[in-house]
Unconditional design. Structure first.
Length: 133
């Protein structure tokens, strides 16, 4: 199983982030958290890396359904979406979303299948819409 749903964009980093936020919103996801890995690693370790942003995306109805099946599923929520500069191609930004099927695989809980399938369809639609633009 692939852990990510992904696409590549020929866009500026800030543009890619905004397009990703818009695509997620169109599928009912809000961004609850944001981690700037580039800034964090520079500040904490003095290490340089390419632009790399982790967006913690949540679709409340799907999260509610998942938690209703397994209260521990919160450990795997929200769905992480990464927007990162390709370190091998400066004009390319990679957008990756966690594959929700991982929730089912990790927990072994078949009742999570319909929630994961719907979340995957929505995340895939968001990612695919980025590639179409």
């Amino acid at each position: 199983m692939n852990i990510a749903l992904s696409t590549t964009l020929k866009a500026g980093f800030d543009e890619a982030v905004e397009r990703t936020r818009t695509a997620l919103s169109a599928q009912g996801f809000g961004v609850l958290t944001e981690i700037d890995m580039q800034a964090t690693l520079k500040a904490k370790l003095g290490e340089d890396m390419e632009e790399y942003l982790i967006l913690g995306a949540c679709n409340p109805p799907l999260a509610h359904r998942a938690v209703g099946v397994d209260r521990q599923i919160g450990l795997l929520l929200p769905c992480n979406v990464v927007v990162r500069r390709d370190p091998t191609a400066a004009d390319t930004v990679i957008v990756e979303a966690m594959n929700p099927d991982i929730m089912v695989e990790v927990t072994g809980e078949p009742a999570l299948n319909p929630v994961a399938a719907e979340a995957a369809a929505k995340l895939r639609a968001a990612i695919d819409s980025l590639a179409a633009n």
